[in-house]
Design a protein around this ligand. Structure first.
Ligand SMILES: NC(=O)c1ccc[n+]([C@@H]2O[C@H](COP(=O)([O-])OP(=O)(O)OC[C@H]3O[C@@H](n4cnc5c(N)ncnc54)[C@H](OP(=O)(O)O)[C@@H]3O)[C@@H](O)[C@H]2O)c1
Length: 200
């Protein structure tokens, strides 16, 4: 399993059974490094890929890293994954509610969700799903100053039904739910504390 951030994912020890949980480092801008990192893992039961290029780069760089990085890791892992294996990708609310000035992020998230559906067919009976997170207070927002970030999180929290940003524990809970839901594939799981229920 490979996860990058979303608040440092946590899960109850032992929930995943006796397997190893491993993170691997590679560069989303270098597709060979992704394939090599995944190949270095040997067998893979569950792949989670959440990494994305930091905001502030080029639009094309964000789209390429997020979409082609996810696709490359998925294809490299599929060759090493047993039929009971799973893949989980990560998109974002902009997949369905784009914001002006963020077309590449919106397009990349929508493409990753479409990829999850397509690969659920392509790699069946392996299961492929996507988590669409809402607001998580992570380094995704590191381009904001500390004050701006605190204000942003506080303002957003007012629109979240659960009144707080998501945490690594929240992400871990959802992930384990997906791994355990053995009839779930090709789906987007909205993990946003209810923020998408609001029109504002
Ligand atoms: N947090 C939110 O509120 C939110 C909302 C909607 C969608 N999302 C999406 O959810 C996903 C995960 O976000 P997050 O909150 O976990 O963000 P994060 O804390 O910033 O984590 C992003 C991860 O991507 C890695 N990364 C950056 N550039 C890379 C590159 N070129 N090659 C390989 N890895 C690279 C970072 O590694 P380093 O730490 O080494 O730089 C970091 O581990 C992203 O796609 C993000 O757009 C997040």
């Amino acid at each position: 399993m490979a996860v990058a951030s979303l608040g440092d994912v946590t899960a109850e020890p032992g929930v995943l059974g006796r397997g190893r949980v491993e993170g691997v480092r590679c560069d989303l801008r270098d597709l060979h490094s992704i394939a090599a990192a995944v190949e270095g893992l040997g067998g893979i039961d569950h792949l989670v890929i959440s990494a994305a290029p930091a905001r502030g780069g080029t639009n094309e760089g964000f789209f390429d890293g997020k979409f082609w990085g996810t696709k490359t890791a998925a294809f490299a892992a599929a060759e090493r994954m047993p039929e009971h294996g799973t893949m989980t990708f990560v998109s974002g609310g902009m997949a369905v509610r784009p914001q002006r000035g963020s077309w590449a992020v919106a397009a990349a998230f929508a493409a990753v969700e479409a990829l999850a559906r397509a690969l659920a067919v392509e790699f069946a009976p392996r299961r492929v799903n996507c988590i669409r997170p809402g607001i998580f207070d992570t380094n995704t927002w590191s381009h904001l100053s500390a004050d701006e970030r605190a204000r942003f999180v506080a303002e957003k929290s007012a629109s979240i039904s659960l009144q707080r940003p998501g945490t690594g524990e929240d992400f871990g809970d959802a992930l384990l739910g997906i791994l355990g839901a053995r009839y779930l594939t090709g789906q987007v799981v909205v993990l946003d504390g209810g923020i998408s229920l609001r029109a504002d």
